[in-house]
Design a protein around this ligand. Sequence first.
Ligand code: SAM
Ligand code: SF4
Length: 335
Amino acid sequence: MAYDQHGRKIDYLRISVTDRCNLRCLYCMPEEGVAWKSHDDMLSFEEITRIVRVAATEGFSRIRLTGGEPLVRLGIIDLIREIACTPGIESVAMTTNGILLPKMAMELRSAGLSRVNISLDTLDPKQFAHITRWGNINDVFAGIDAALKMGFNPVKVNAVVVRSLNQDLLSFAKLSLDRPLHVRFIEYMPVGAPEGEAGLGWSAADTIPNEELIMLINEQAVSAGLGELKPVDSTKSVTGWGPARYYQFDNAAGSIGFISALSRHFCSECNRLRLTAEGKLRPCLFNDDEYDLKKALRTGGDEAARDCLREALGSKPDEHHGQIGTERLMSQIGG
Ligand code: SAM
Ligand code: SF4
């Protein structure tokens, strides 16, 4: 089992399989997309599979595929099949915008994907088209339906919340009432621009701290006769790999989670490493220190990759120390 120098068990690897996307969320990716890169600049699926094998022998048991949009990379189903049958890997998850799920959910499920997080920041079609620059919200709704129908468990909906969007929080929360959907409100994180420079989307000041969000939702829920959210006992809440705190309305099929990277940072519970599509290991989302795993694998094979993984693990900072801003965009890091 892998522990870092601060005693945290690190068993979760988030892999960005592409930095391309079929949407252009204004806080994540510039309208023109990302600069073209040759195949050679990116990890091949064979290389990702090798890295997962090495990571599994180092104690990593949970893999999440992300991006960019992971479903736009050709061959993703085969990659999932390979990862899911790697000895030591217990679960394979994906974070997706959901657009391609209606077409792909069945194959993804049978390849061994078990958990999906679907990103959706608004329930208003016009606002959705604005945030994503051209997306059709009905595609995401169909994606959520397909994920539930195929029996992914859990199915989570990730909503990044900011003050300036004035999102309909109660409608979001109500998605958890009738179906086993776990809606997670995520504080906007100012990444994708070095500290002090303007980011792509919003400023750090636009972030709504989780405590305020819970209060706002409770006020609206009480007025609507739903009562207040009740904390879910962590032993009974939907199993998460991350730091969300979960709540529920009485008799709801799903739950509501809150993730606060800034207002209540969760570094002491950090359990992950991130791998970018270009093969760089990032010990911390907010810290631009990276380890070149692709180079290690290409020059020294599995043993060099193992050393690189250990080195990155050993350099995980204890916390992000309020670091704001990163060189890389979120679409390059994988969220
Ligand atoms: N394309 C997929 C999707 O949208 O789910 C996967 C990649 S996307 C980068 C992963 C997650 O990161 C999404 O839920 C997105 O909303 C979130 N994200 C992107 N930029 C963010 C930011 N600056 N702060 C908080 N979350 C962010
Ligand atoms: Fe694409 Fe996801 Fe980034 Fe939106 S958040 S631009 S869907 S990678």
